[in-house]
Design a binder for this molecule. Structure first.
Ligand code: IMP
Ligand code: MG
Length: 213
């Protein structure tokens, strides 16, 4: 085996300077009151959902249309378990309302793939009042897909205002404001690997206009 290469041109590393002040490690996680759905539960459920979707879409190439940004983790995990030919596109939707309520919706990114005559799976993070879906669905329907199915990771049926149901649902949950696994409050917490319930004071003190996703 070749001897390890020593790079003589580098000077000896300086003695470690005192570390710059840092945020208290993990402090932000304490704003999450409790874990509602664990990483393992999510992983198990996604495998089952992927099998259901595969069964329903097996005959034709599908187009997965995902709504930004909350679907990022769910989408990545779901499609890697879909053993089907598929194409992927995104739509950007934002609502400028209070942190935990959906406000007026604006589209920040349009579809680029042609979905006419295609089988489309529309993926969102959570179906809450249904207002987002009630704006997005007609927009996609107008592009004349052959079939359009809705897949969401979470469903809060008790909050529904619009008459919309999803075809594939990861978990039905009660009326808690949840974060993690892609879901945010004021754009934070998306990186948590589980779905957790936010401590109410953490969002009550931060009520301000924020983007939806
Ligand atoms: P809807 O338009 O009321 O159905 O809400 C859909 C969007 O609101 C979701 O895609 C989320 O971005 C956001 N949302 C609704 N409930 C929650 C929640 O509990 N946590 C984080 N975001 C949520
Ligand atoms: Mg959001």
């Amino acid at each position: 085996m070749a001897p390890p290469v020593r790079n003589q041109t580098f000077a000896k590393p300086e003695r470690r300077r005192r570390a710059a002040p840092r945020r208290r490690e993990g402090g932000w996680r304490q704003e999450v009151e409790r874990v509602l759905i664990t990483e393992a539960q999510i992983a198990r459920r996604i495998r089952v959902m992927a099998r259901d979707i595969e069964r329903d879409f097996r005959d034709r190439e599908m187009v997965v249309v995902s709504l930004l940004n909350g679907t990022v983790m769910f989408l990545a995990d779901l499609i890697r378990h879909l053993n089907l030919p598929l194409r992927l596109d995104f739509m950007g939707v934002s609502s400028y309302g209070l942190g935990t309520e959906s406000g007026e919706l604006i589209f920040t990114k349009e579809l680029r793939l042609d979905v006419r005559g295609r089988d489309v799976l529309l993926v969102d993070d959570i179906l809450d009042t249904g207002k987002t879906m009630s704006r997005v669905l007609p927009k996609i329907q107008a592009l004349q897909p052959r079939r359009l199915k809705i897949c969401v990771m979470l469903d809060k049926p008790s909050r529904r205002i619009e008459k919309i149901e999803a075809d594939y649902v990861g978990f039905k949950i009660p009326d808690f404001f949840v974060v993690g696994y892609g879901l945010d409050f004021a754009e934070r917490y998306r990186n948590l690997p589980f779905v957790g319930v936010l401590h109410p004071p953490a969002y009550k003190q931060a009520r301000q206009p924020v983007g939806r996703k």
